[in-house]
Design a protein around this ligand. Structure first.
Ligand SMILES: [Zn+2]
Ligand SMILES: [Zn+2]
Length: 340
């Protein structure tokens, strides 16, 4: 059997580049994809922590943000042909359970995810269901097309933020997701303020459209946000980390919205419940994305967002362990692995 190198979760919290058999089209609705590029995200870092801060399955090929070319299509596939270029929605719902029937596909009883519970894109090839594939133009460079998945999640999160032109929105955490929020909210007409301890990421937040990037370890963040909003506080705040609910509640105005986007299963926030009640705050959970890929793909194809600065590292598969350490230390924003 012909093998291929792959980034595999070999044990709890442990990644290794190992040899795997090449995947094949096993079901008539599947396609085989030659992966061009695959992004690394905070979820991967949470999975590669001991104890892990995100659910996982030992033995899978990691990578849930990928773009590639259809190499082979199963006999039932009508929507795609070999040579088509696609980005893949990694979270696959069954479409038939009681949650799917209510349109809550992210809460599907049989929900599974490429790169987390089933094999993902950190390998030269992966087999996926054709239902999960969205066509994307060949004109979008692969390292930017690989941003379609996180961008789709951010488009969805932005929808839940209900951002209006002229509003001020604070993004807490300027990792890749926070940086994408800065870019999308700026395009949507909001004034964006980022809060982030890493100097590299603060400077990237300004590049991506934030008017201010505050250091939680050195700046009076609440004072600065009040200054920037004539004493009101932010119209909405977004936790792009998964542990920042208290900060988000502290910075939002009366009647404002708090969107909890990042996810960390270890987080236990201590918050003032009375403030939520008395000030009529809306606290909104945003888990992955629903129906957001088409919008994200349009943004990438139109080139209306310059996302190049977010991709700080483009590496080969064998360079991934080093790049992960840089990302963990806040010395990288988006790491993209180029597979071909
Ligand atoms: Zn992700
Ligand atoms: Zn379902």
């Amino acid at each position: 059997m012909v093998g291929m190198p792959a980034a595999v979760l070999v044990d709890e919290g442990t990644l290794a580049i190992t040899e795997r058999p090449r995947p094949r089209v096993r079901r008539p609705g599947d396609v085989l994809i030659d992966v061009e590029a695959c992004g690394i995200c905070g979820t991967d870092l949470h999975i590669l922590t001991r104890p892990p801060g995100h659910p996982y399955r030992v033995g899978v090929v990691l990578g849930h943000e990928f773009v590639g070319i259809v190499a082979e299509a199963g006999s039932d596939v009508r929507s795609l042909r070999p040579g088509d270029r696609v980005v893949v929605e990694p979270n696959v719902a069954c479409g038939a359970c009681r949650w799917c029937h209510r349109g809550l596909v992210s809460h599907c009883e049989h929900f599974t995810s490429h790169g987390i519970f089933i094999d993902g894109g950190l390998a030269p090839q992966v087999a996926v269901t054709a239902r999960a594939c969205h066509r994307i133009a060949h004109s979008v460079p692969a390292h930017l097309a690989a941003l379609a998945e996180p961008l789709a999640c951010v488009v969805y999160g932005t929808r839940l933020t209900q951002a209006q032109p002229g509003e001020t929105i604070v993004v807490v955490g300027a990792g890749p997701i926070g940086l994408l929020f800065c870019a999308v909210l700026d395009l949507a007409g909001a004034t964006v303020v980022a809060v982030e301890p890493s100097p590299l990421r603060r400077s990237l937040a300004l590049t991506m459209g934030a008017v201010a990037a505050l250091d939680p370890d050195a700046d009076d963040v609440r004072g600065r946000v009040l200054d920037l909003t004539a004493g009101f506080g932010a119209d909405a705040t977004i936790d792009a980390v998964g542990t920042q609910m208290a900060t988000c509640l502290d910075l939002v105005r009366k009647g404002g919205r708090v969107v909890l986007f990042g996810i960390d299963t270890h987080a236990r926030a201590e918050v003032s419940q009375a403030r939520i009640t008395r000030d009529e705050l809306q606290v909104i959970g945003a888990y992955v994305g629903q129906s957001a890929f088409p919008g994200a793909i349009r943004l990438l194809e139109q080139g209306r967002l310059d996302l190049e600065p977010i991709v700080t590292h483009r590496v080969r598969l064998d360079q991934l362990p080093d790049a992960l350490e840089r990302a963990r230390a806040g010395k990288a924003a988006k790491v993209i692995v180029e597979l071909q």
